[in-house]
Design a protein around this ligand. Sequence first.
Ligand code: FE2
Ligand code: FE2
Length: 383
Amino acid sequence: MAIINDDRPDMPSNFELIGRTDINDYEAIFDLVGREEESGLHFVKDNCDAAFTWDYNKGFRPQLDKLYEKAKRSQWNGTTDLPWETPVDQEGMATKAYREAGQRPLGEALIAGTAFEKWGEKEWVQFSMEYQNWTLSQFLHGEQGALLCTAKIVETVPWIDAKYYAATQVMDEARHVEVFSRYLDSKLSGHYPMNGHLGLLLDDVVADSRWDMTYLGMQIMVEGLALAAFGFLHATTEEPLLKQLLRYVMADEARHVAFGVLSLQEIYRDMDSHEIRERQEFAFEAALRMRDRMQGQEVWDRFGISKKDAAAVTLMDPDRPVFQSALFSKIVPNCKKLGLLDAGDGWLREKFTEMGCIQYEDFEDTTLDADANADSSPVERNV
Ligand SMILES: [Fe+2]
Ligand SMILES: [Fe+2]
C-alpha cells in the first residue's frame, strides 16, 4: 500500500518516489550496496527513439553552436597532457593525513560503542586508502554513465546543433573514463563496483524514453554534483597528478552542465504544468540518490561495519550536513535557472529545503562559469 503524503495528498510521497518515508533513514541508505555482475557486464533496456533530422541548419541555436565551437577548440589528450610519471605514495599520504589530524577521523564521541572503537592507525589508514579507491571508482563509473548518456543524446535530441555538441561530449567522456581508469590502475590500490544508489539513478536515466530526462538526470544532476565533488577534491588533495587531472576534467564538465541548462531552458518553456511536475519529481529523486551515493556504502560493507553502526556514526557526524549540502552548490542554481525550483506551487523548492540545500539557489549558474565559456583547451590555458 502506498503511503500518502499527508501534507500534500495530490503529490507522490517520499516513499513512492524513493522507497522510504524518511529521507534521512540511514539504515535503509546503507542497506543498498552495489555489486558487479559475474559476467562483467550490466545491460539496461534503452527505450528511446533515435531521431534523424533533415534540418541541417548549423547555428540555428546560437548558444549551442558557440558551445560546440568552444568544445572543438578545448580538447586535450589524456595520454600526453598529464604527468603520468609522477610517483604517488597512497599509503604515505594517508598515514601523514592521519597523524596530522591528531585524532581518529570520526572523533571519539562519534565512535563510542561502535566497531570503530578498537581501530588504531593501521585500520584507519587502510580505511582512508579504501575510501580513496572507492571515490575514484565512483568517478570512473559515473564517467562511463556520462559516456553512454551523451551517446544517447546524440541519437535522440532532435536539434542538429545539440547533436554536434553532444558528439564532442562523447569524446570528452571517453577521455574522462580513460584518465580515471588509468589513475586507479597505476596509482591506487584497488577498485570498487558502482555504488548502489548511483546505479539505480543511471539505470533510470538510461531507461527513460523521454530525451530531455537524459539531460536532466545526467547533465544537470549527475554532472552538477560531479562538478562540485571534483572541485572539493581538487581543493583538498595535495597529490599533483590528481590535482591536474581533476582540473582538466572540471574544465570539460562545466561545459557539459552548461549544455544541459541551455538545451532544457528551451523545451521547459513550452511544457505544461503536469510535465514540469514530473521533471521536478525526477530532479528530487535524482538529488537524493546522488546525496546517498556519497556515503561510501561499499567501503563500510567491505570492512564488515554493520548498517546500524554506519547509520549511527553518519547521523552523528557534525560535518555531514555541511558537506552534503555543499555538493548541491551547482545543482540548485541550475534548477532555478531552468524554472524548476518555483514552477507550479514551488514543490521542488520545498524538497530542496527539506534536504537542507536551498541556500545555494542564488549561486552562479553554470552557463556563466569561466570554464564553460573558455575559448581554448585547459592545456593551452595552463589551468
Ligand atoms: Fe565527464
Ligand atoms: Fe561530463
